[in-house]
Ligand binder design. Sequence first.
Ligand SMILES: CC(C)(COP(=O)(O)OP(=O)(O)OC[C@H]1O[C@@H](n2cnc3c(N)ncnc32)[C@H](O)[C@@H]1OP(=O)(O)O)[C@@H](O)C(=O)NCCC(=O)NCCS
Length: 175
Amino acid sequence: MEKKMQKKSKIKIRKFRLADLDAVKRLIYNTIDVCYPAVYCPEAIKYIKNYHNRKNILKGAKKGYTIVLEIGHRITAAGALIKNGYITRVFVNPKFQKQGFGRFIMEKLHTKAISVGMKQVKLDSTLTGKKFYDSLGYKTIKKTFVKVENGKKLPYYEMKKILMPKTKRKQKWKN
Ligand SMILES: CC(C)(COP(=O)(O)OP(=O)(O)OC[C@H]1O[C@@H](n2cnc3c(N)ncnc32)[C@H](O)[C@@H]1OP(=O)(O)O)[C@@H](O)C(=O)NCCC(=O)NCCS
């Protein structure tokens, strides 16, 4: 996958930097605006946007491992692994979806998780992400929901994946 990607010039995957904050937030909000209205009510979308506010993006980056994928210096995809073994904030710019970038981000996060000794990872998948995670070998623990404004619900899937370590050597967690 990585090799195939490198052929498309100017594609780079790297760790999140503080200066990326606005670009990552824009990526997330734009992707939400394009992808979520088909499946979520406005109250749910408001809740999701608030969940991905600047403070939480920064907190996730400080407490975990956040990566960004750049195409020609433009942040086009992102994802984060939190130290408690949760993967979150996986978003691909709608114009670049279904080209393998989401899988690429996930592979990097899985590699990081394995390198710090995690045996499994968990995530909460929105309705739009379920099939993507299915295709990456995630199993659904349950479908559940969170209550949002006006008595509305935000349904999502709790999912997990057992990781297959390629090496037994455990590294220290390094941001
Ligand atoms: C979900 C998301 C991250 C997937 O990223 P992507 O770059 O489009 O996915 P990829 O191209 O890497 O696809 C990887 C695999 O998932 C499958 N897949 C991706 N999106 C899919 C969809 N909507 N329906 C069915 N399969 C899908 C692909 O077919 C591919 O399978 P393959 O490798 O067997 O061909 C991206 O569509 C996105 O940002 N969506 C909106 C935000 C979101 O839902 N994020 C998840 C939050 S929990």
